[in-house]
Each structure stands twice: as C-alpha cells, then as structure tokens.
Design a protein around this ligand. Structure first.
Ligand code: HEM
Length: 146
C-alpha cells in the first residue's frame, strides 16, 4: 500500500503525537465497489464500506461517488451536523499533499469575480462623473449667455 506516514509532534518529546496516513488518489479510486468503498470529502479519505447499507440517502448515491472526491455532492445535499459528525467514524487518512487540488470553497473569492480593489473599478466612474459635471456646467452656462 503506497501510504506515507507523517507525524506531527513539537519535536521536544512532549505534546500530542499524531500520525496521519496519506493516500494517493489512484489508491482511493481502486476502492469503488460494494466490497470496499472509499471516498474523499474535503481532502480526507473515508472508508464507508460498513456505512453503505446504513446511509439514509441510500447506497446508490454513495456508489456513484465511490473512489472519487465526493465533497461537492456531500455539500450539495446539505448534510446535517449529525451527518458531519458521523464522518469521523469512517475517517482513515488524508489525501496525499501532492494530489490535493484547491477546494472551490477555499479559493480566493476575488479570482472569479471582477477586480473590486482595482483602481479602475472606482476611479473610472469618478472621472466619468467629473466629466459629466463639467459638461453640464458648460452647457448650462452657454444656454444662459445666449
Ligand atoms: C460518509 C459520508 C456520508 C455520510 C456520513 C452521510 C450521512 C447522511 C445522513 C446522516 C443523512 C440523513 C440526513 C442528514 O442528517 O443530513 C444523509 C442523507 C442523504 N445523503 Fe448522505 N452521507 C454521506 C455521503 C453522501 C454522499 C457522498 C452523497 C452523494 C450525493 C449523499 C447523499 C445523501 C442524500 C441524497 C441524502 C438524503 C437527503 C434527504 O432525504 O433529504 N450522502 N446522509
């Protein structure tokens, strides 16, 4: 099994030592049958084989996501906090850092929206208003003199 063990201690021989097992996505992808079913939700790997028959949403939907990243479908359903709490029971490790892709929820919100902090975003309307003001004054002054 191509797993990498990582320990997370403070190096002083104290504190809590935790060990995380990392799984490559290709390894997760192999667990895609009724016999063994794993999925990834938010960078964490879950072995939900024994949960398959118990899932209130049915086993179909889980089988559709088998061996894949189910973060989006999991969120789309709007699972309760109880459901999120249940995830802990099936957690077996994390996705290997090399296989992690940025989550849509955590990406920079400015990336796909127009640049709200760019100078052009606010300076152009101001300049436009000033020009319009001058034009208005120019024409009103001209119509008064004629
Ligand atoms: C290990 C992962 C999962 C756990 C622990 C879990 C748990 C639950 C629980 C406890 C419910 C009952 C409603 C609630 O409390 O929110 C539920 C409902 C449901 N789940 Fe999941 N679920 C998981 C993954 C998924 C995935 C990947 C899908 C994919 C689409 C899914 C689809 C659904 C659907 C369609 C319902 C029924 C919602 C309804 O009837 O309103 N679940 N799940």
């Amino acid at each position: 099994m191509a797993t990498v063990e990582a320990s997370d201690c403070d190096g002083k021989g104290q504190g809590v030592e935790t060990s995380v097992t990392y799984y490559r996505l290709e390894e997760v992808a192999k667990r895609n049958s009724m016999k063994e079913i794993w999925l990834v939700i938010h960078g964490r790997v879950y072995d939900i084989t024994r949960f398959l028959n118990e899932h209130p949403g049915g086993e179909e939907v889980l089988l559709e996501q088998a061996g894949a990243d189910a973060s989006e479908s999991f969120e789309d359903v709007g699972h309760s906090s109880d459901a999120r709490e249940m995830l802990k029971q099936y957690y077996i490790g994390d996705v290997h850092p090399n296989d992690l892709k940025p989550e849509s929820g955590s990406k920079d919100p400015l990336k796909d929206t127009p640049c709200k902090s760019c100078w052009s975003y606010w300076i152009l309307p101001i300049l436009g208003a000033i020009v319009l003001g001058f034009l208005y004054r120019y024409y009103t002054a001209e119509s008064k003199s004629s």
